[in-house]
Design a binder for this molecule. Sequence first.
Ligand code: PEP
Ligand code: MN
Length: 338
Amino acid sequence: MLIVMDMHAGPAEIEAVCNEIRAHGLIPHEMPGAQRTAIGITGNKGSVEAARFESMRGVMRVIHVTAPYKLVSREFHEDSSIVKVGNVPIGGTGFVVMAGPCAVESVGQIDEVAERIKKAGAHVLRGGAFKPRTSPYSFQGMGLEGLKILAAAREKHGLPIVTEAIDSESLDQVAEYADMVQIGARNMQNFSLLKRAGRCGKPVLLKRGLSATLDELLMAGEYIANEGNPNIVFCERGVRTFADHTRNTLDLSAVPFIQRMSHLPILVDPSHGTGKRNKVPPLSCAAAAVGCDGLIIEVHPHPDAAMSDGPQSVTPDQFDDLMKRVAAITTVVGRHMN
Ligand code: PEP
Ligand code: MN
């Protein structure tokens, strides 16, 4: 249930409603908006008696939320949310690009890539220190050392960093070093990890599971929000289909769907979405045209020597060109790439 306060409701009236919610053994979530405050209620197994709240001072209306996700839903929070990663806002009319290699491999590799992507206009540096690889014999990432390399690159190049946590141990380390914690496709329904991400104090990039529906993605986000972390950014990264000309099938229809159902931002990952370097620039343009809040792209200085996901990584030169094309498209859809 959602309680919408009227425009003139003050802190005392809002607090009284929150106290009444707590008195019912439920949890209030205050959501200040541009015009008015809304208060979401969770913790209820069945329906909550609306009449008790409707008669309280400052309450404009009481809305029953029907979706199985609440805190992430637009029904609960009408205005689009902006999630800050370091000093970079994601959402609104901006367009954010995260870029970097699939995996952190060395100081030199990260330094080179960070310099190039920054010059090209990217806003956030990506790179995996803990890699969820399909084969146990593939490179598993540099771990803590990789996080330290990323953190040093943040200081040197002034780019916030996003990196993946694959379990609770790595999550604690990632939350300590990174500006944003990535939960990968393979862990989208690792509910204990999601809950922990909800308590980690950093914004979370939540990638769609390999064969997850969008309702499942939204409910995964709800696990994070329900632990008190509202700073969630969704990411469409392609799903498994019968098609074998690409690694995954990038589902760009996820963007308008998520934007209709949720107030949270959504990024597109054309690298994992296609698995092929030559398809990354056109799908980046298509994603920008469809109206997403930004992109996350794998860039490697020497893709053919990459220890992970080389075939889908673009070179810094290709990234320069891609950024120019994407920037031109964002202006057509009313966004701007700072
Ligand atoms: C990645 O971003 O490198 C990654 C492993 O992505 P996904 O979880 O989408 O496969
Ligand atoms: Mn990758």
